[in-house]
Design a binder for this molecule. Structure first.
Ligand code: BGC
Ligand code: BGC
Length: 761
């Protein structure tokens, strides 16, 4: 049954038009296959194979209609002032964009929403656009609608916000990310959108980069292992497409500034940067977004090597490649690899871009440019058909031709406060206990008075970070619900025991009369280039606050709420230290759970925590050189994988095959024990070492991991396996650019302080 929104936020004339075609559209769209009239074209027969539907439809389309499908346009271009104001849908620009320019896809870039930001209003808005597009296109073509739901359905007021990707990296829990993918898709679909520009497959190796927190880890295997179940979860019902972004090497701007060019060797590209993107393709991600940056002198948007040779021919990707924000035009205006928009369009499309992402200012220029290129013959009709076929296949797969609308009456219930337990679980599992001198933690719930201080003690904005309601984070005054850290502590202890400090002096005075202080320090939210940091450290006033509280002699629990491992400065001598990352709407519950021992912390660092701001990039796989100078090698404050528990764990042994062929999977058994007095989850990473190798390889490479729940005193043997290909390296000299291969020789597999030898034949 097709539901049509009852109150469309449209102009009066448009409302009449919509009403007039309503009956017609309902009949046509609602016709089921069983009652299909013979005159119904194949592409509209829901039961026909997708290939047949695509064939039939492409044949009917004009060049202009095809080109319109190859663009996705930002929603603000059809709202309010038709540029950036947002607001109600504007009939005049809807006509310009959807009818005149025939654009076939809409997105909500960061911070854009319907005039009233509620789930129901989202559903009504997307339905209205969908209905307008279908009614006013000759062939009744539905649109895709894209969003960046990167930590839950984060653009929607009142939707549950999950921990951001970097914090999820600390969970080492693929089962959890799978559930988060499913939950996010459910919320997204309930409000209308059907394409999620998530997850991010980059790795985090430079804390200066503003998008550090949008990645899972510095380690490519950990990142891939968490992204793939998330993608499968997101696409489980087949109604929401996931995105493998930003292909490729987006994390490598040479100076740490977002979108600055990258220079990476083919060896680093193949062995370290590409595997997560490949894993996402293998997991079935329906779309890929191109990196906005340039690599080795070529903008990714114009790289035929990346977007066609590698992605299509070598990896077999069959879905849609979308450019990032305004990046086709950037080939002309930023990179100067094209002289005009038509040439830029030809360059991008010939490289392999199927769809261009357009800001509202584009206003039909891209379709005109690509049309020009097609008429000039710089882009072939064949290539346009290929792109359009992929886009239409995506729309058929998502069911958009057959079930184009969602039910606005159900949206609020499906989204508001949904899956809070899951958000609490994610935020709790991601807390990393970095220091606990004298086992002061967990604090007893029977404690007397507790002071909560710090710039993130009572800040829904800080605990969510960027990409939350606003592009740069929750705008001041936006009524976003969430459990702040002080609220979480109050909920657990009772309000009478908890005091919120309002300044450093206030915090010191109150702590002198209390039993402990919890100080939640961190960053203001931000996103992309605006969140780059040339000095990625804890702000001076927050360092001073920690210092002043520690001088009281009372227990001080430092909780860092941040998008990156901030250099702590004076706060580095904290005796109790927890990394909370950007835990999302349920932050307070999670932090209170860990501080008061309702949960035993199980998070482990997915990245290295630096001592100084100058030691960047930093990662545990960094290669050793001949300079023995201090900090010239890997010298973090806390290494990759660090994290304490309220119990103690030990690895008793690791065993595996003495020898294996290069194509064989390797299975190892690891015996682990909980040697303390509390139940807890142990994260067990297995690293490979190669004592001698003709090509430099990282001193340690993560090849497998698991999370093991262990009762106090319990011992278990777990079995892990990994394909030998995880050890492959690019062969050759300095100009090595050939295929990757596993080098034969002696290897060591290491878990904790135990190891086993493996001879690779
Ligand atoms: C970002 C992408 C995002 C897109 C749409 C771009 O600026 O780089 O990650 O998907 O905007 O909001
Ligand atoms: C972001 C969009 C955002 C826009 C605002 C882009 O770079 O990706 O999501 O809405 O900038 O200027």
């Amino acid at each position: 049954m097709t539901r049509i929104p009852t109150s469309l936020p449209l102009g009066r004339g448009l409302r009449l038009l919509v009403a007039a075609v309503l009956a017609l559209a309902t009949v046509a769209i609602g016709t089921s296959a069983a009652t299909a009239q013979p005159r119904l074209p194949t592409y509209r027969v829901a039961t026909a194979p997708i290939d047949d539907r695509v064939d039939d439809l492409v044949k009917r389309m004009t060049l202009e209609e095809k080109i319109g499908q190859m663009a996705v346009f930002n929603i603000t271009g059809i709202q309010g002032d038709c540029e950036w104001s947002g607001g109600e849908l504007n009939e005049t620009c809807m006509k310009q964009i959807l009818v005149d320019a025939k654009i076939g896809n809409i997105l909500s870039g960061g911070g854009t929403s319907p005039a009233q930001n509620t789930p129901r209003a989202w559903a009504e808005m997307v339905n209205a656009i969908q209905k307008y597009a279908m009614d006013n296109s000759r062939l009744h073509l539905p649109i895709t609608y894209g969003v960046d739901a990167v930590h839950g359905h984060n653009n929607v007021v009142g939707a549950t916000k999950f921990q951001q990707q970097i914090g999820l990296g600390a969970t080492w829990d693929p089962q959890l990310t799978g559930l988060l993918g499913e939950s996010t898709a459910k919320a997204v679909k309930a409000t209308g959108p059907n394409w999620n520009y998530s997850p991010v497959l980059e790795i985090a190796r430079d804390t200066r980069w503003g998008r550090y927190y949008e990645t899972y880890s510095e380690d490519p295997f950990l990142a891939a292992a968490l992204a793939t179940p998330y993608i499968r979860g997101m696409q489980k019902t087949g109604e929401v497409a996931a995105t493998d972004k930003h292909f490729a090497a987006y994390s490598e701007p040479f100076n740490g500034h977002d979108r600055a060019p990258a220079d990476v060797s083919q060896r680093y590209l193949q062995d370290t940067l590409l595997p997560p993107y490949k894993a996402a393709v293998d997991a079935g991600a329906l779309t890929v977004m191109a990196n906005s940056g340039a690599i080795n002198g070529v903008p990714a948007t114009a790289s035929r090597y990346l977007l066609t040779d590698l992605l299509r021919e070598q990896w077999g990707f069959t879905g849609v490649v979308v450019s990032d924000w305004d990046d086709v035009l950037a080939l002309q205006t930023r990179y100067h690899v094209a002289d005009n928009y038509a040439d830029a369009a030809a360059l991008a499309v010939n490289a392999g871009v199927d769809m261009a992402m357009l800001p509202p200012t584009d206003n039909g220029q891209f379709p005109a440019a690509l049309l020009q290129a097609a008429r000039d013959g710089t882009v072939s009709g064949k290539r346009i058909d290929q792109a359009v076929r992929r886009i239409l296949a995506l729309k058929f797969k998502l069911g958009l031709f057959d079930r184009p609308f969602v039910d606005p009456a159900k949206a609020d219930a499906a989204v508001l406060g949904a899956d809070k337990d899951l958000a609490v679980r994610a935020a709790t599992e991601s807390q990393v206990l970095l220091k606990n001198d004298g086992n002061v933690l967990p604090l007893s719930t029977g404690i007397g008075k507790v002071v909560v201080a710090g710039n993130s003690a009572d800040s829904v904005a800080n605990q969510n970070g960027g990409w939350t309601i606003g592009w740069q984070g929750i705008p001041d005054g936006s009524p976003e619900p969430g459990v702040t850290i002080v609220e979480g502590v109050r909920d657990l202890l009772g309000a009478g025991k908890v005091e919120l400090a309002t300044s450093t002096d206030d915090a010191v005075t109150k702590t002198r009369g209390a039993d402990a202080a919890i100080v939640a320090v961190g960053e203001r939210p931000g996103a992309e280039g605006l969140h780059d940091a040339e000095n990625p450290q804890l702000a001076a006033d927050q360092q001073d606050l920690v210092d002043a509280l520690q001088a009281t002699g009372k227990p001080v629990i430092v909780v860092v709420v941040s998008s990156r491992p901030l250099v702590l400065g004076k706060a580095a001598d904290a005796k109790q230290l927890i990394a909370a990352w950007l835990p999302g709407s349920e932050a307070g519950t999670a932090v209170a759970n860990v501080v008061f021992g309702k949960a035993n912390p199980s998070g482990r660092l997915p990245v290295s925590w630096p001592k100084t701001v100058g030691d960047q990039p930093m990662f545990y796989q960094q290669l050793n050189g001949t300079n023995g100078g201090e900090s010239s090698g890997y010298d973090p404050l806390f290494p990759f994988g660090a994290g304490l528990s309220y119990t103690t764990f030990a690895v008793r042994s690791i065993s595996g095959p003495a020898a294996a062929g290069r194509g064989e999977p390797v299975r190892v058994n690891v015996t682990v024990a909980n040697t303390g007095s509390r139940d807890g989850d142990m994260v067990v990473p297995v690293f490979a070492q190669q004592p001698v190798s003709p090509i430099l390889v990282p001193p340690n490479r993560l090849v497998a991991f698991t999370r093991v729940p262990l009762k106090a005193g319990e011992t278990k043997t777990v079995s892990l396996s990994f394909p030998m290909s995880r050890l492959a390296v690019t062969k050759g000299d300095v100009n090595g650019s050939g295929a990757r291969a596993v080098l034969p020789g002696a290897y060591k597999l290491v878990a904790g302080d135990q190891s086993t030898n493996l001879a690779v034949r």
